[in-house]
Design a protein around this ligand. Structure first.
Ligand code: S3P
Length: 438
């Protein structure tokens, strides 16, 4: 599938973007392990979250839905999962594979997980290493790639793990395995990463103590069913935040967006660049902070992105690079080497695409330097872009169309369905001139 982004357009209206992907995954995982029936609303009906849902169905959990974002899960308790009949195929979803690895470690059966072409190239040694320390036999392919085979061990050794990289997936994997360990399992992270696992475990009545960079839990407790209201995903909202910012005369309200302080780097970075973003009706829903976000167009300036914001905006850099191209002056990103091992090498994929559209973007080992063209009326030329089957690269270049002089064609957009299945329809409603061609 291709996207054709025609030049021009202006954004207006109130929209609610897709449900939070990270919270949707965790809602299925933890409710499956809970005792009792959990109802989830606002669930992301995207391929990634559905991959997690199907994996738990394959392990014997009765799950009804999703219907209009509502899912009902009959929890089986920490020890109620059953051996799946075959391999668990989790598609494009790193979160499914890495978090499930932690849960599979505590079972008394073997789980083999496979993924699509992109996931099959991504590093899994980062979860295999701590799980081996906990006493589990883990097999990967050469270079620590999937398929990932976890020979579950029932009772695990509790460990303290100092994370070598800022990764919520690795942290969550270890903490979830810790549910099955004897004694206290703890993690210390080099920089704050999304804490949805810790918050949701507490919500299910399973105490997780967090002190600074360290999270601790005791094995052998139990989770009690609850209701989960999944907010809209700030990572999906980010495309509309940048779109409204860079398109003169725009104003948009994004409803019910999760603004967890471990995820709000995109707001902080855009504000540092001069964006006009206001949080309205701030509230806490099911332990997660939520707001309606009003964005008005603004002129941006290039900045050195503060390195402490990097893990807080890790999924939003592709679209932040589009914002940087629309700013006056140079924007420099450092400390973001993790971007090279996402669904694609996002530094290279964005630099290549920006070059095609006439923007000077120099990749570095751990970031990029972008010469903003904000002083020009038209920032991007036209051209044909490869998304590398990466959902966020595809949507980022669709946003660039709003400030382009000619049509931008984006190849390989099928995977937008992994995180934001109704992106094109919402973008059209909000004022993008965007078409999808099968
Ligand atoms: C996620 C953590 C991040 C993020 C991914 C979702 C999660 O990955 O990029 O989209 O839900 O825990 P890393 O843990 O690799 O940083």
């Amino acid at each position: 599938m291709k996207f054709i982004a025609s030049p021009g357009g202006q954004l207006s209206g109130d929209i609610r973007v897709a449900g939070d992907k990270s919270i949707s995954h965790r809602s299925i995982m933890l409710s499956s392990l809970a005792e009792g029936v959990t109802e989830v609303s606002g669930f992301l009906e995207g391929e990634d979250a559905l991959a997690t849902l199907n994996a738990f169905r394959a392990m014997g959990v009765q799950i009804d839905g999703p219907v209009d974002g509502k899912v009902t899960i009959q929890g089986v308790g920490l020890h109620g999962l059953k051996a799946p009949e075959g391999e668990l195929y989790v598609g494009n979803s790193g979160t499914s594979m890495r978090l499930l690895a932690g849960i599979a470690a505590g079972q008394d059966f073997t789980v083999t997980m496979t993924g699509d072409v992109s996931l099959s190239k991504r590093p899994m040694e980062r979860v295999a290493a701590p799980l081996r320390l906990m006493g589990v036999e883990v097999e990967t392919q050469e270079g620590g790639r999937p398929p990932l085979v976890i020979n579950g061990k029932g009772k695990l050794k509790a460990i303290h793990y100092d994370l070598p990289m800022a990764s919520a997936q690795v942290k969550s994997c270890v903490l979830l395995a810790g549910l099955y360990a004897e004694g206290e399992t703890s993690t210390t992270e080099p920089a704050p990463t999304r804490d949805h696992t810790e918050r949701m475990l507490n919500g299910f009545g399973y105490p997780v103590a967090v002190e600074g960079a360290t999270a601790r839990l005791q094995g052998g407790g139990k989770l009690s069913a609850m209701h989960i209201d999944v907010p809209a995903d700030i990572s999906s909202a980010a495309f509309f935040m940048v779109a409204a910012t860079i398109t003169p005369g725009s104003q948009i309200i994004l409803q019910h967006v999760g603004i967890n302080p471990t995820r709000d780097g995109v707001i902080n970075i855009l504000r540092l660049m001069g964006a006009d973003i206001t949080l309205l009706n701030e509230r806490v829903v099911g332990g997660e902070p939520v707001a309606d976000i009003r964005v008005r167009s603004a002129e941006l300036v290039g900045i050195d992105i503060p390195v402490e914001q990097v893990p807080l905006a890790i999924d939003e850099f592709p679209v932040l690079f589009v914002a940087a191209a629309c700013a006056q002056g140079t924007t420099t990103l450092t400390g973001a080497e993790e971007l090279r091992v996402k669904e694609s090498d996002r530094i290279q994929a964005m630099a290549d695409g920006l070059h095609i559209l006439g923007v000077d973007a120099q990749p570095t080992d751990d970031g990029i330097v972008i010469q903003g063209r904000g002083a020009e009326e038209v920032v991007f030329g036209g051209g044909e872009i490869e998304s590398h089957h990466d959902h966020r690269i595809a949507m980022s270049f669709a946003v660039a169309g709003l400030r382009a002089s000619e049509t931008i064609t984006i190849n390989g957009c099928d995977n937008v369905a992994t995180s934001f299945p109704n992106f094109v329809a919402l973008a059209q409603k909000a004022g993008f001139k965007l078409e999808q061609v099968d």
